[in-house]
Design a protein around this ligand. Sequence first.
Ligand SMILES: C[S@@+](CC[C@H](N)C(=O)[O-])C[C@H]1O[C@@H](n2cnc3c(N)ncnc32)[C@H](O)[C@@H]1O
Length: 227
Amino acid sequence: MERKIVTTKDQSATLFVPGLDETYHSIHGALQESQHVFIEAGLQQFNYLSQIHILEIGFGTGLNAWLSALEAQKQDFKLHYTGLEKYPVQPEEWSALNYTQALNLPQSAADLFEALHESAWENEQAISPHFKLTKRQADFRTAPLTPNHYHLIYFDAFAPSAQAYLWTREVFERMFACLQEDGLLVTYCVKGEVRRNMQAAGFEVEKIPGPPGKREMARARKPITKL
Ligand SMILES: C[S@@+](CC[C@H](N)C(=O)[O-])C[C@H]1O[C@@H](n2cnc3c(N)ncnc32)[C@H](O)[C@@H]1O
């Protein structure tokens, strides 16, 4: 897949795929989008837990994983993070991304970004005392997923306008099955058809304020089974 590095409005970098006319993050700000959609609307909802299991759909640049690992360090909880990715980002690409500088963070943050990219695929790797990472090169439509396991899913596929087949009821049924009860799925997309597919899969779906440049985002909850 041909990819180019581009700069978004908050000065953080992202990848652009000419073949799909899609960027990996919002052009209004890659860092701002990840922080808002995945960290604030997702991860920070579980502040009361000492151990959190996250599944990311589309590991890509590792930006969401890195911000989550920084949050785990800051808030002192243990993070088990699984990232599924069909087309891994290459070393010459991830090494050119400027997230540590854009956030003005110390070298230790750059070391963490490098470590998560250099870690082996397919098995859980301890990246830091707070962060265990499993990267799997797999298609999320078919990859085996442990049922009722994750607290939180970062659903970060390319937009439905480019790849509608990644946002179907069947896909959301798979997501629903691997979430724990009361678990959350967060995504930047609020398209009506996508929300209806989530609801058909069993989720309770809400529209909440989106990151800069986007009015809304979606948060879906797996309801607790009533006895
Ligand atoms: C919008 S990008 C976001 C990536 C990542 N979350 C990030 O912050 O860089 C979507 C990602 O999904 C991956 N992807 C596309 N189709 C996939 C599939 N069927 N299974 C797994 N990953 C897929 C792409 O390669 C890309 O890395």
